[in-house]
Design a protein around this ligand. Structure first.
Ligand SMILES: [Zn+2]
Length: 235
């Protein structure tokens, strides 16, 4: 069994060896943290040593993030797939049509001269998704026992959602690419923020009451959202 240690919000895999006399720490390609220690190292010694290395670890991880391949934007070519609520729809380029971008329920058609077309897609996601988000807010607010006075779908940069003052909640239009259960997590999260501003214990307790499996959804959002994102969050 793998021994792991949670420290300062990070997870370290601990590898013990009889042959080791010194401590070592590696950050592998995927950002996995591994500590190599002599077999008889105590838990206190281990966490004490790691604590001294935290600054170095954070620097390494930040560097990895910078050099990681960026999500490539769409190319707007025929056959390319765009995701709406987790379903993929193909794009077809056309020479003529009234609006730059059209969706017929089965596929997108884009006028060739309307590329690059992010603003057309943004417009489409917002107009197609506004009602859906409003309905989900309605359904989920019954569970979170908090109701916003207004909901807006717009560009939010690197955030999925945000809870403004005066009871307004905002959602990123890019959220509409995600499957329903992941989008629902973001919506429930922001609705709970109407009552609890910070991520304290009360916040997570309230979220657990509204959505018992939120942790699974949160993890899936962190690890699996990319496959749906033709339009990634801007950093
Ligand atoms: Zn939050």
């Amino acid at each position: 069994m793998t021994e792991t240690l949670q420290l300062a919000g990070l997870e370290f895999e601990v590898r013990r060896s009889d042959r080791r006399t010194t401590f070592g720490l590696t950050v592998d390609r995927s950002g996995e943290l591994v500590v190599h220690v002599p077999s008889n190292t105590s838990g206190d010694e281990l966490s004490g040593w790691i604590n001294k290395k935290l600054l170095w670890v954070h620097r390494k991880l930040a560097l990895k993030e910078q050099t990681a391949p960026k999500l490539l934007g769409p190319e707007y070519v025929s056959g390319e797939a765009f995701s709406y609520l987790g379903r993929r729809y193909r794009l077809k380029l056309v020479e003529r049509q009234e609006h730059p971008l059209h969706f017929d329920g089965a596929r997108f058609t884009l006028r060739r001269d309307a590329r690059p077309a992010e603003r057309h897609f943004r417009h489409w996601y917002i107009s197609a998704g506004c009602d859906w988000v409003a309905r989900r807010v309605e359904a989920l607010s019954a569970r979170t026992a908090s109701r916003p006075c207004r909901v807006e779908v717009r560009d939010l940069g690197f955030r999925w959602g945000s809870c403004g003052r005066n009871g307004v909640v905002y959602f990123n239009w890019k959220l509409l690419q995600l499957p329903v259960r992941l989008a629902d997590y973001v919506i429930a999260h922001e609705l709970v923020h109407l009552r609890e501003g910070h991520h304290g214990p009360e916040f997570w307790a309230a979220l657990s009451r509204a959505m018992p499996d939120w942790q699974k959804r949160k993890d899936a959002l962190a690890s699996g959202a990319k496959e749906y994102l033709v339009f990634g969050l801007s950093v």
